[in-house]
Design a protein. Structure first.
Length: 477
């Protein structure tokens, strides 16, 4: 019997890991495209259902809360029934729910369909990451993570433009029907190319852990989402955040004591995971997620630009996001995670602070250049954070680590928007003015940039060899 050369085995493994990552990325793109497209068609959907456009926001809220409830369960389901099977089910649910959204004839039907979509989305993100982690060696993890990161950078560019075009040229229904070919392609590719796997001895389901983590996460996320809508009242928001924090504390207490926890919190004992996911990582993601929320408002409210002109400015920001993908891997290999995350984190934070210095009189070329730098540095930090998080995670911790990462990224995303909105509102109140002004945005960008700087310097706590097996830095230097 002829032995297969080790280099050939390694090549096949690398090809398989890239293939799995690309297939997962297609599913992520469908999911993220859907969430960015829907915002452009809410007025038309409201008119179609005979309700005010503002009432359509319940579709976004229900989607978010359903995700919050079922994300904690995703890792256990992947271990119990196989990550590939759950990923297939998630894509099928999301696609079928998209069809139901498109055929909805009233708000009740639409909300029910969005709840099912949220369930599919809750399973898709963490389980997709689990598939990538299980099929990629450490040397391939950086390339694989870069592949599954591009949808988060590309979908915001395509979504609003595509959604506006589809709604105008066809109808809002087709914003959901566009998921049908993407979903079918995802199902075929997963079934054909992604290997099946399952835990040898799946744990019993930790029901108290599930209820506590789901309820705590739902309260926190809904409370954070309400901060951006100050007109809804402060007291319910504060109560939701307080209740979410209390339930979250009870959930952590339970998970640390029970013999078979729903989520294995030992991942937080791994320095690279703790820093990139919980402490510095979450803080930096606040800055990362606040910026795309602030920029459209700055250009339209602060600068007085039309939506189209503001969109062109933001396009430069997202093109910067995409432009960095080609150089992320060689840069991390050359300098290592610690140096890149500190230096690039400082650059990203200074570019956010730079947004506080621009005005309608600033030359357009300078504004575009600043947007490109902000986008480039954001992309680099985003990929580095997502890769380093799993660099030292053991095989037995992958499911819980992927689930915890997804939960914390959701919190950071809404917290970034909430913090930015709160700063704008407080600045406006302090000035005693009825409307936002350019000075409010300057204060917001300064505060968000300082938050980013604090997180960037926190990465100095990493050893120089952090994630070396993943980046290849220690091997080449």
């Amino acid at each position: 019997m002829t032995a297969i050369p080790e280099s050939e085995v390694s090549s096949k493994t690398a090809t398989n890991s890239r293939r799995v990552a690309l297939i997962v990325a297609i599913a992520f793109f469908m999911q993220l495209l859907d969430s960015t497209i829907i915002s452009t068609s809410l007025p038309q959907m409201g008119a179609s259902f005979g309700v005010p456009a503002v009432a359509m926001s319940i579709g976004i809220t229900v989607y978010m809360l359903t995700m919050a409830v079922f994300v904690p369960l995703s890792g256990w389901l992947a271990d119990r029934f196989g990550a590939r099977n759950i990923f297939l089910a998630a894509i099928a649910l999301f696609t079928l729910a998209s069809i139901a959204c498109g055929f909805s004839e009233n708000l009740t039907e639409f909300v029910a369909a969005r709840a099912v979509q949220g369930l599919g989305s809750a399973l898709m993100t963490p389980v997709g990451r689990i598939l990538v982690l299980r099929n990629a060696s450490k040397s391939e993890l950086l390339n694989a993570t870069a592949l599954i990161t591009w949808p988060a950078l590309f979908a915001p560019v395509v979504g609003p433009v595509l959604g506006g075009f589809i709604t105008t040229a066809l109808s809002w229904h087709w914003n959901f029907f566009i998921n049908i070919p993407l979903g079918l392609a995802g199902l075929v590719l997963v079934a054909r190319f992604v290997p099946g796997d399952r835990e040898a001895e799946p744990k019993p389901l930790d029901w108290p852990g599930f209820f506590l983590t789901s309820a705590g996460l739902a309260c926190l996320l809904y409370g954070l989402e309400r901060i951006a809508h100050a007109e809804d009242g402060v007291l319910p928001t504060v109560m939701l955040l307080a209740l979410g924090s209390l339930i979250g504390w009870l959930a952590v207490r339970h998970l640390l004591r029970t013999p078979h926890p729903l989520l294995d919190l030992s991942s937080f004992k791994v320095l690279t995971f703790a820093l990139s996911t919980l402490s510095a990582g979450t803080i930096f993601r606040v800055a990362i997620n606040a910026t795309p929320f602030l920029l459209p408002l700055l250009f339209q409210v602060g600068f007085g630009l039309s939506p189209i002109d503001a969109g062109m400015m933001i396009l430069a920001y997202f093109l910067g996001n995409l432009g960095m993908k080609a150089v992320t891997t060689p840069t991390l290999r050359r300098f290592g995670f610690r140096s890149v995350m500190v230096v690039n984190g400082v650059v990203a934070s200074l570019s956010i602070i730079g947004c506080a210095a621009i005005s309608p009189q600033t030359p357009q070329a300078l504004v575009v250049a600043l947007m490109l730098i902000a986008g480039l540095s954001r992309s680099m930090q985003f990929t580095a954070l997502n890769t380093l998080a799993f660099a030292d995670i053991a095989a037995t911790q992958r499911s819980s680590a992927a689930t915890l990462s997804s939960m914390l990224q959701q919190v950071a995303m809404l917290f970034g928007v909430a913090v930015a909105a709160a700063i704008l509102n407080l600045s406006q109140i302090a000035r005693g003015q009825p409307a936002l002004d350019l000075v409010d945005f300057r204060i917001a960008f300064l505060v968000i940039g300082v938050i980013g700087l604090a997180a960037a310097f926190r990465f100095l706590a990493l050893p120089r060899s952090a994630g070396a097996e993943v980046s290849g830095h220690a091997l080449d230097n």
